[in-house]
Design a protein around this ligand. Structure first.
Ligand code: NAD
Length: 429
């Protein structure tokens, strides 16, 4: 295998790492396969609505500061928009647009009645007190209030937001509309309308997809060596559930670096170590690797990137040894890197399928809130399994029919489902 890096020139690299362009290339390739009408193509390429809000708050030192927040609703033809809210210093409109569009495709792939949305606030939560975060969240909610609601747009947690953030949004919204409206957000604490199984849902979905994909490449779980990048909600829980199913987790990582043990890691012990020390390094009996990408190139059968975007790129795609990649994170593989992996015969289960377990259980949470009747964990998990397994086989069937990768097949399936709604509903004027 070649060890020569195929690093692209600087402008091409900038384009490669732009998530909106990555999404657009997947969309265009799938639209070409479908022979999609140019008008529908234009409609689906553009977000339905984008809102930018100024968020003035009084900081703990008494001074006023203004933050910027976005909410993008990519498409609401199949139902209310659904998608997370992230807080980070590098949040930008292009990223939010891409993530909103991916949510449209993701909801269509698992065939749940939502469109795609995403939000973000430019801020560094590590520099903010709990009180400042609460004031930002409440003012941001008030700012986007007119386009929110159980029938309009239903946010959820994403990077640096959590169930507490959702509780503040739910409360702010409810106080404005003068009634408790739990279904306005998902990912809430159980006590205020959250769903059982929501915390584990994305990791559980990743585990289920690994199981189905492994059958496709003819490998048994006990024979599969797995590398997991990221040890948070998706990576940590995903690794734990895979470990329980008998997979050998040979490496895990966090933002500081990776640990590697050829004979397999004791995942519950790793997670207990992480909980105690707030980082993975120092875990006894494992080799330590720097956070320089070496982990992704380790010898393994399955690679689960479950940390951040743009990890598998044209710079390392030719050195990835996994036979199967199951994308836990959103956008971990650039579109250009996907093409290299396809040529090399690596099976990639794309993010819009592999990590759809979270939004699927968010859908169950919204349903339960609207029914006022809450399901058992068994019902949540078995309903999740049914949807994930069906979606995997739907995508696989499209991949065979069109002779394309699972990524392009997932886009084809999703775009076809959304475009069909335009054909049936027509355009309101
Ligand atoms: P998280 O914050 O719980 O965990 C992120 C993990 O990644 C942490 O272990 C962190 O240390 C690690 N990390 C950060 N930068 C890294 C780097 N450069 N190299 C290696 N590790 C790094 O976040 P999460 O909820 O697990 O989300 C992870 C990804 O999955 C994101 O792309 C998110 O959008 C996506 N996702 C999450 C959900 C969900 O339900 N949580 C659903 C769908 C998609």
């Amino acid at each position: 295998m070649s060890q020569v890096s195929s690093a692209p020139p600087i402008q091409a690299a900038a384009d490669e790492f732009n998530p909106f362009l990555s999404m657009a290339r997947g969309f265009d390739t799938a639209a070409d396969h479908l022979g999609l009408d140019e008008g529908v193509r234009q409609v689906l390429r553009m977000p339905d609505r984008e809102l930018t809000v100024a968020i003035p708050i009084v900081m703990d030192d008494g001074k006023m500061r203004v933050f910027t927040g976005y909410r993008v609703q990519h498409n609401f033809s199949r139902g209310p928009c659904k998608g997370g809210i992230r807080y980070a210093p590098d949040v930008n409109l292009d990223e939010v647009r891409a993530l909103a569009a991916w949510m449209t495709w993701k909801c269509a792939v698992v065939d749940i009645p939502f469109g795609g949305g995403k939000g973000g606030v430019i801020c560094d939560p590590r520099q903010l007190s709990q009180g400042e975060l609460e004031r930002i969240t409440r003012r941001y909610t008030a700012g986007i209030m007119d386009i929110l609601g159980p029938d309009r747009d239903v946010p959820a947690p994403d990077v640096n937001t959590n169930e507490q953030t959702m509780a503040w949004i739910m409360d702010t919204y409810s106080m404005h509309v003068r009634r408790t409206t739990t279904a306005v957000v998902t990912g809430k604490p159980l006590a205020i309308g959250g769903s059982r199984g929501r915390t584990e849902a994305t990791g559980r979905g990743v585990m289920l997809i690994c199981r189905e994909a492994l059958k496709k490449i003819g490998l048994r779980p006990e024979a599969a060596r797995v590398v997991v990048q990221g040890s948070g909600n998706v990576g940590g829980i995903g690794a734990m559930l895979l470990h329980r199913e008998g997979y050998k987790i040979v490496s895990m990582s966090d933002q500081y670096g990776a640990i590697h043990a050829e004979k397999g890691l004791d995942v519950p012990a790793v997670l207990a170590h992480l909980k105690k020390n707030k980082r993975l390094d120092g875990f006894p009996g494992a080799r330590e690797l720097a956070n320089d990408g070496e982990q992704l190139e380790l010898d393994c059968d399955v690679l689960v990137p479950a940390a951040v975007e743009n990890q598998i790129t044209t710079r390392n795609a030719d050195r990835i040894k996994a036979k199967l990649i199951v994308e836990g994170a959103n956008g971990p593989t650039t579109f250009a890197a996907s093409e290299i992996l396809d040529k090399r015969g690596v099976v990639v289960v794309p993010d819009i399928l592999a990590n759809a377990g979270g939004v699927t259980v968010s859908y169950f949470e919204w349903v339960q809130d609207r029914m006022g009747y809450f399901w058992t964990e068994e019902r949540v998990n078995s309903s999740l399994e049914h949807i994930m397994v069906k979606a995997f086989h739907d995508v696989d069937e499209v991949a065979r029919r069109y002779e394309v990768s699972m990524r392009i097949a997932a886009y084809i399936l999703a775009i076809d489902r959304v475009a069909a709604v335009y054909r049936m509903r027509g355009i309101f004027a």
